[in-house]
Design a protein around this ligand. Structure first.
Ligand code: NDP
Ligand code: ZN
Length: 351
């Protein structure tokens, strides 16, 4: 089978590989639509997870089941399925402990394009098919369905990690597709003011559409000073980080009220350490929590998030700025994600 792979650090290309084998609990799926992710860019061009050789990329797809293992109950060849980017081993101890995304080790629930070949292939392998696939809801647009693989679950996880409550003042740093879904997640969870940080006008407009009440351009000066000016020195109750780098947290900590939480979903692709400024952290006594997480995966989560789309509570169409047709266009779409032109939010490829 053909696939678009990370050949080695900073190099991608098309390769031929043997199609994966289907174990008794597994499924083989062919993509119907797929999307590149900023994480693919961190992996290839920043080497964030170390070097990889001839690893097929991609972890965002919707597909058609080609084959199922003998023990798979709820899916059969021909079914059209949502595929989460994170596909845990549901019988692992980590899953039993409530952290399925880390089944088998930290971040090891993230298998596609990390520990095994990803979805930018003619055929890809899904472990634990009953636990990880979800049926594609009738009538759902395939491009929208691809946003359920990663952008919706990750962005909304930011709002969960920050524990956004009714009326909270929430800062969302980064309004690429992930941060936009964090803005939407904060609004869905009942935030009051939402301060959204990004410089691209298209993303700023989309953020307003998803519920941002104020836009901050981090290029206009200190992020912390801008937030403090807008909040009359009070700061925010919660913060979601979906952009920036290891130095972003210092600014966020400065504007976070005691008792506040920072929920990070940004993939920190470079930098040695995240530093927490001592004074702003209340000399260690400020009750300011910093947490970060890989999105939860699995079937139930996919079904629930799909319900947000089918019942009209969330519209992902504003994310889909670039549409391509044809498997071969995956390369162009991935390079677009790397170059991030200012009119891009998210590209999607229909097969
Ligand atoms: P984008 O690159 O599209 O968006 C990044 C956002 O951060 C943009 O709005 C950008 O502003 C903003 N930004 C950049 N630099 C700064 C800065 N110094 N200070 C403040 N804001 C800044 O990324 P995505 O939305 O596609 O992805 C966001 C992150 O989430 C990525 O790191 C991705 O790998 C990660 N991710 C994590 C997952 C998880 O499970 N935790 C899963 C999927 C993705 P602008 O461009 O407008 O200037
Ligand atoms: Zn992703």
């Amino acid at each position: 089978m053909k696939g678009l792979a990370m050949l080695h650090l900073e190099a991608i290309g098309w390769i031929e590989k043997e199609a994966p084998a289907c174990g008794p609990l597994d499924a083989l799926v062919r993509p119907l639509a797929a999307a590149p992710c900023s994480s693919d860019v961190h992996t290839v061009w920043e080497g964030a997870m170390g070097d990889r050789h001839n690893l097929i990329l991609g972890h965002e797809a919707v597909g058609e089941v080609l084959e199922t293992g003998a023990l798979v109950r709820d899916f059969k060849p021909g079914d059209r399925v949502l595929v989460p980017a994170i596909t845990p081993d549901w019988n692992s101890l980590e899953a039993q402990g409530g952290y399925a995304m880390h089944s088998g080790g930290m971040l090891a629930g993230w298998k596609f394009s990390n520990f095994k070949d990803g979805v930018f292939a003619e055929v890809f392998h899904v472990n634990d098919a009953d636990g990880n696939l979800a049926h594609l809801p009738k009538g759902m647009d395939l491009a929208a369905a691809v946003m359920l693989s990663d952008m919706v679950p990750t962005g909304l996880h930011g709002a969960e990690l920050a524990d956004v409550q009714y009326g909270d003042a929430v800062l969302v740093v980064g309004i690429g597709p992930v941060g936009l879904m964090s803005v939407a997640g904060a609004a869905l969870r009942g935030a009051g003011a939402i301060y959204a940080v990004g410089s691209r006008p298209l993303c700023q407009e989309a953020a307003k559409g998803y519920g941002a009440t104020e836009i901050i351009d981090y290029r206009d000066g200190s992020l912390a000073e801008q937030v403090l000016a807008l909040t009359k020195g009070r700061g925010v109750d919660k913060a979601i980080v979906a952009g920036g780098d290891v130095d972003t947290f210092a600014d966020v900590l400065k504007v976070l009220k005691p008792g506040g939480r920072i929920g990070n979903v940004n993939y920190l692709g470079s930098g040695e350490a995240v530093r927490l400024p001592r004074l702003e952290w209340g000399c260690g006594m400020g009750h300011k929590l910093l947490t970060g997480g890989l999105m939860p995966g699995g079937r139930l989560r996919m079904e629930k998030l799909a319900a947000l789309l089918t019942h009209g509570r969330l519209d992902v169409q504003p994310l889909l700025t670039h549409r391509f047709t044809g498997f071969d266009k995956l390369e162009e779409a991935l390079l677009l994600m790397k170059d991030k032109p200012r009119d891009l939010i998210k590209p999607v490829v229909m097969m």
